[in-house]
Design a protein around this ligand. Structure first.
Ligand code: ADP
Ligand code: MG
Length: 323
């Protein structure tokens, strides 16, 4: 490690003083030393963001720092885990301190809000910016929200308003026009996704299966269906469209975006009929809306239905089969 790397780590990563009681030794030695709570399972996840692939090279670095952590916390949320620790492997083409300072502001603001401590990492030089962030959390044995527990008859739900990040991407590539009054909202939905941590915790013991929507609602729901060996009937008119999405695209295109747009980081989950009252009792404390969009079926595959009962054909609109 070069002297300049050492001072960067000192200045930006070690200087942030937030100390959890379950971290015996944080940044500064060869390893962090941790005290995992007895009787809990450790939930671990990792995601990589590559400049030019997962974020624009000139994207606001504060947003990039937020998102690098947010996408990982979203995985913990989808598992019903309480977030605790993070590690960060950072490859940078140059030591741009302004970029790094803003990146850390975004990352630590979100980390502090969720009580997450950065406990270590690696800092290297490379041709482009690559951010690999790992997050760890805890969940009591048997309480994790897995993908394989959905049963026919379970209600199918989604948090928030899927499709907003997809709209923001379409607008960035000049494929959609968004009114100025909606611009800030959709940019925030793409660049500053809010991991649904509290909602994931509230779904412990309530949801039979859950996933976070990162690759599009239809595709990610497909993972639940496959792993649970069930199908689903999704009523497209029930999809909660944000005012920004509804105003920017015609109805059909908005529905397609809500079903296929990526980067939403909402939760899609199933709830058995006998636990729906428990769900409704807990949602008052949620920071986002939740919407029942359909039902789990014994018949495999995803059926997209209109209110009049006819099929909504995604493939006809140029989308590949999503399984
Ligand atoms: P080593 O060479 O033994 O792996 P390093 O010199 O790479 O250790 O790192 C020194 C300390 O700084 C370690 O505790 C490491 O976890 C931490 N660290 C390095 N880079 C980062 C980073 N990007 N974020 C957080 N901690 C980091
Ligand atoms: Mg190292």
């Amino acid at each position: 490690m070069s002297v300049s790397e050492f001072s960067l780590i000192e200045r930006y990563f070690a200087a942030h003083r937030f100390q959890r009681s379950d971290v015996a030794l944080g940044i500064g030695d060869d390893c962090a030393l941790l005290l995992p709570p007895t009787g809990q399972q450790l939930a671990t996840t990792v995601d990589t963001l590559v400049s030019g692939v997962h974020f624009f090279a000139d994207a606001d670095p504060e947003g990039v720092g937020h998102k690098a952590l947010a996408v990982n916390l979203s995985d913990l949320a989808a598992m019903g885990a309480t977030p605790a620790w993070a590690t960060l492997a950072l490859t940078l083409p140059q030591a741009n301190e302004q970029w790094l300072a803003a990146f850390c502001r975004g990352m630590f603001a979100l980390a502090d809000r969720h009580g997450v401590q950065l406990i270590g990492g690696d800092t290297t030089h490379g041709p482009i910016t690559v951010i690999t962030l790992q997050a760890h959390g805890f969940v009591p044995p048997g309480w994790a929200l897995r993908r394989d527990g959905a049963k026919p008859g379970d209600g199918l739900y989604v948090t928030g308003t899927p499709g907003d990040a997809g709209l923001a991407l379409a607008a960035a590539f000049g494929k959609a026009t968004v009114a100025a009054s909606h611009e800030n909202y959709i940019r925030a939905r793409l660049e500053r996704p809010e991991p649904r941590i509290a909602e994931g915790l509230a779904l412990r013991g309530v949801a039979s299966a859950a996933i976070d929507v990162s690759d599009g609602l239809a595709q990610d729901l497909g993972h639940i269906l496959e792993r649970s060996r069930v199908g689903a009937r999704l009523e497209v008119e029930r999809l909660p469209l944000s005012p920004a999405l509804a105003a920017s695209l015609d109805r059909e295109a908005a529905v397609v975006t809500a079903l296929t747009g990526g980067d939403d980081y909402e939760l899609c989950f199933a709830v058995p009929p006998e636990r729906i009252s428990q769900l409704e009792g807990s949602v008052a404390k949620w920071s986002c809306r939740h919407t029942r969009i359909g039902v789990i079926t014994a018949k495999p595959g995803l059926q997209l239905a209109r209110a009049n009962g006819s099929a909504f054909d995604l493939e006809q609109r140029g989308y590949e089969h999503f399984g």
